[in-house]
Design a protein around this ligand. Sequence first.
Ligand code: CAA
Length: 259
Amino acid sequence: MSESYANLLVRQEGRVGIVQLHRPQALNALSGDLMDELIRALQAFDADDSIGCIVVTGSEKAFAAGADIKQMAGASVVEMMSSPFIGYWDAVQKVSKPIVAAVSGYCLGGGCELAMTCDLIVASDTAQFGQPEINLGIIPGAGGTQRLTRAVGKSVAMDMVLTGRRISAQEALAFGLVSRVFPAQSFLDDSIALAAEIADKAPVALRVAKEAVNRAFESTLAEGVLFERRAFNLLFATEDQKEGMAAFVEKRKPDWKGK
Ligand code: CAA
């Protein structure tokens, strides 16, 4: 990727695109500039056929300590309403390739909301998740009250949102907020290996699978099942379906074309 960023480190490993939030002086607090760059980096990977899966990560100490409080502190209601800021989280959700949030250290407020907007969250055993906005006299504003509740259920979400308490990686695993916890020493390599495993699958099926799982959050069961059935049938029009099933029968590895 040729573009350079002030608040990100961006690289590619095999078919995995890696976006590392890099604002160490502010524990990766999510400023408008950082979020704008993040969306541009994600969209560039989304448009790049050599990328199958994206990892969004931070530093060992902080995935992100939330939206930038210093930037928001003096804002008026009208400024907040007309700001593009919260829309950046919607833009993350529009990326069609799978995004793994690889979380180490603090993952708070808008940072936790960013992780939850990705498709799955994996954590280092040092990760801490929280929605501490209540301590600032506000509430989560980038989907936290909704996505956290869907992920962990009402009681845990209320506990976190009303008290602002932070939960550990192990608690997050037990509550279903994260899918895997890796040791801190190998966490980024382990996260990239997981993304590489995903990136190796049939590209069209990956996109459709992501859409279908996300549909579960936006529809009734009957509508979701109908969507899934249509999508399932549609995949029989792809070369990859023919290749995947032929490879199984011939006992060989499939050679995906993304068609
Ligand atoms: N915004 C702006 N700056 C931040 C920040 C944030 N969210 N979080 C940390 N920083 C800055 C600190 O101000 C500090 O900068 P200075 O050295 O210039 O003072 C630097 O990062 C290091 O932070 P600390 O000295 O506080 O580090 P610590 O290790 O003592 O504490 C922490 C770490 C517990 C994460 C603490 O920094 C903290 O509580 N941060 C705020 C967390 C928070 O409230 N997040 C929610 C933000 S609101 C939001 O996200 C709204 C939304 O839903 C979109």
